[in-house]
Ligand binder design. Structure first.
Ligand SMILES: NC(=O)c1ccc[n+]([C@@H]2O[C@H](COP(=O)([O-])OP(=O)(O)OC[C@H]3O[C@@H](n4cnc5c(N)ncnc54)[C@H](O)[C@@H]3O)[C@@H](O)[C@H]2O)c1
Length: 325
């Protein structure tokens, strides 16, 4: 997260924390109690100017609402202590879609470098949760053809392009992917090696490894999930000429809009959704240009360029503050 926020030029550091459980197996009241007890344990470690949690896999705006409420019992009304909150509790418009929207902007910027666009490309997406479903909807809106898609409830394909809004409706009504009528069911193990222009892993880490990397047919991989490509796969893909857009840039849209939410909470002022999306676009494009310039000056690939950019920024700040050893 530290390198990600540095690449995005957001004035945050970075950390991750979590609870080892399967949220899907817990009732709403169990989830609430678990989140509140977790917050009681960490309330002295987090804070408006110390550490600001946000949703990730297995959590959502309701989880953030419980954190905000529990934290406020100890420290007084503090909406800025947590981001990704429901809009009614000071959440930002556009936060729910932010990571997926950032993925779409990142994809657009990368494809443009190669004279391509979303509308002329085919996409395969793993994961249909927060990130995957928003990325799929926004890519579909831009005219991109999502030809295969999978989550824990099934893996499906349609050469002519999946009707993503219809799939969203099906899922929101409680349907499983495998029961969607607008596509045929396929083997989950074939998803990541399916023919396509752009592959978007939007689920788990480590899904691209030395076993499946040699068979990947995509020309571009957008790392919407965190660390979906293990180092061996990265080497194999680079040798094959596959262009990999690294996670520390590709999925930074979520933390960028978390930053916007924090800014709004501190200002006590709510931005319109249009402004949120416009600012997100600016941040994503500017980060892409900076990574590109780094790749050019260091003659390196996008992952090395992004890390060099992030690490250099943190190093510069460290030296300026007089912290060097
Ligand atoms: N939510 C954010 O703002 C955010 C920001 C940055 C990065 N990420 C990363 O993006 C990824 C997805 O996060 P999310 O918030 O969308 O999570 P989520 O819990 O909303 O959705 C996860 C999705 O992955 C699917 N999935 C789980 N196991 C799978 C498997 N074995 N095969 C296929 N699909 C599987 C689930 O069915 C679900 O559709 C994670 O790696 C997360 O760390 C999320």
């Amino acid at each position: 997260m530290t390198w990600k926020t540095a690449v995005a030029a957001v004035p945050y550091g970075g950390a991750k924390g979590g609870i080892g459980c399967s949220p899907g197996d817990l009732s709403r009241s169990e989830l609430e109690r678990l989140t509140r007890v977790f917050t009681q344990k960490i309330h002295d470690l987090i804070g408006t100017h110390t550490d600001i949690p946000a949703p990730d896999m297995g959590t959502n705006s309701q989880t953030m609402a419980w954190i905000f409420d529990e934290y406020s019992k100890f420290h007084g009304h503090s909406p800025a202590v947590v981001t990704g909150k429901p809009i009614d509790l000071g959440g930002s418009l556009g936060r729910d879609a932010a990571t997926g929207r950032g993925v779409m902007y990142a994809t657009e910027a990368l494809l443009a470098e190669y004279g391509k666009s979303i509308s002329g490309s085919t996409f395969v997406i793993q994961g249909f949760g927060n990130v995957g479903s928003w990325a799929a909807q926004l890519i579909h809106e831009k005219g991109g053809k999502v030809i295969a898609l999978g989550d824990v409830s099934g893996t499906i394909r349609n050469k002519a392009g999946i009707d993503v809004p219809a799939l969203m409706k099906h899922r929101n009504e409680g349907g499983q992917l495998k029961d969607f009528h607008g596509a045929e069911v396929m083997d989950a193990s074939e998803l990541l090696v399916h023919e396509c222009d752009v592959l978007l892993p939007c689920a788990l880490g480590g899904v691209l490894n030395r076993e499946n990397a040699p068979d990947v047919k995509a020309k571009f991989i957008i790392e919407a999930a965190n660390h979906p490509t293990d180092p061996e796969a990265d080497e194999i893909l680079t040798k094959k000429g596959v262009v990999v857009l690294p996670d520390i840039y590709a999925n930074a849209g979520g933390v960028i809009v978390s930053y916007f939410e924090w800014v709004q909470n501190i200002q006590g002022f709510m931005w319109e959704e249009e402004k949120v999306n416009m600012e997100l676009h600016k941040y994503m494009n500017s980060a892409f240009q900076n990574i590109k310039a780094m790749c050019k000056s260091q003659d390196c690939n996008l992952r090395m360029g992004a890390f060099t950019l992030g690490v250099n920024r943190v190093a510069r700040a460290t030296i300026l503050r007089g912290w060097e050893a």
